[in-house]
Design a protein around this ligand. Structure first.
Ligand code: UDP
Ligand code: MG
Length: 319
């Protein structure tokens, strides 16, 4: 029989997990034709998330868990789950019930019976989200799709079920700075989209602050596009051309009308503008260099503290 493993990244989800397990576990056992189970990834939670996860594993006897030595982020949690899964179909779902569990059986059908490799969820609206956040998200998607070679659907979520070959492709991408939304779309494959409405989190609170989202957006742009480097080149070129024209104008003017000491403000303006542009382009280059530095260090994406999965031979039950 085919197997399905559902990866659940959890960071301080003690409050949400019981409700999650209660509503998703019955869905998994009701699936026909597959042997479905969970892979919980405890992303260095500081509350009793790991305890709750271990209880679930004991209860159903087939759930697996991975626990990190500290918080490595959702990207690392998803990657760990995908690397350690050996199932024919691999899914990802949030622990806060914002991803509708009712969709799971239709999503599975899309990859088993229909001719799709990925079944992924996309949210219909951004209800319940601050207006400024929606505006920023929308412009981010527009920008990244324009300047990068990954085509990211607006509203695409990590909630998905994938065939083994898709997971292999994703796991084979060795980059340290992982921007999953970009990676998911970059690997390609035939995707069926499932639309669903934005829901409130069942308990606990979101781990995303505005600044975290902003740096996530910067990661996405830098990870999937070199356009910012070109932009600084273009702006640099334009200002130098302007500078040369101005120099020419000054020379001609001096030859005709003689020199005067006026022009102090224009010099200061030019220094400030050009200095600023140089710093901006250095900063942009720096962002790329910093990421190259992290890539070259080749650090692991996460460190596992504890798991009931034995690499390359299934997993063992209990502790
Ligand atoms: N998450 C994680 N590590 C983190 C942050 C979040 O594993 O550092 C998990 C979290 O437990 C949840 C999912 O990622 O299952 C989505 O997080 P959250 O609900 O905070 O994000 P939002 O839904 O607000 O985008
Ligand atoms: Mg959430």
């Amino acid at each position: 029989m085919n197997t399905l493993e559902l990866i659940v990244p959890c960071f301080n989800e003690e409050e949400a997990l019981p409700a999650f397990y209660e509503s998703v576990a019955p869905v998994l056992s009701s699936l026909k034709g597959v042997n479905a189970s969970f892979i919980f990834v405890d992303d260095g939670s500081r509350d009793n998330t790991l305890g709750a996860i271990k209880d679930f594993c004991r209860k159903d006897g087939k759930s697996k868990y991975i626990s990190f030595s500290r918080n490595f982020g959702k990207e690392a949690a998803m990657l760990a789950g995908m690397k350690m899964s050996r199932a024919d179909f691999v899914g990802i779902i949030d622990a806060d019930l914002q991803h509708s569990p009712e969709l799971i059986s239709d999503m599975l059908k899309a990859v088993t019976e229909e001719d799709y490799d990925i079944a992924a969820a996309r949210r219909l609206d951004r209800r319940g989200e601050a207006r400024i956040k929606s505006a920023f998200s929308r412009s981010f998607y527009k920008l990244i799709n324009k300047i990068s070679d990954a085509d990211i659907e607006d509203g695409a979520q990590d909630f998905r079920i994938m065939k083994r070959k898709v997971v292999e492709a994703i796991v084979s991408m060795p980059e340290y700075n992982r921007f999953s939304k970009g990676i998911f779309s970059w690997v390609g494959f035939k995707t069926k989209w499932f639309e669903h409405e934005n829901r409130e989190r069942v308990a606990g609170k979101t781990k995303w602050s505005f600044w975290k989202l902003f740096s996530y957006a910067v990661d996405g742009i830098i990870g999937f596009s070199t356009a910012p480097l070109k932009i600084s080149l273009i702006i640099g070129t334009c200002t130098s051309i302007l500078g040369f024209l101005y120099a020419l104008y000054t020379i001609v003017k001096t030859l005709i009308f003689g020199a005067d000491v006026k022009g102090y403000p224009s010099i200061i303006c030019a220094i400030l503008i050009v200095g600023g542009l140089i710093l901006i382009s250095l900063g942009i280059t720096g962002e790329y260099v910093a990421r190259m530095y992290m890539e070259v260090k080749n650090r692991p994406d996460y460190i596992i503290n504890e798991t009931n999965i034995i690499p390359d031979r299934g997993y063992f039950k209990g502790e």
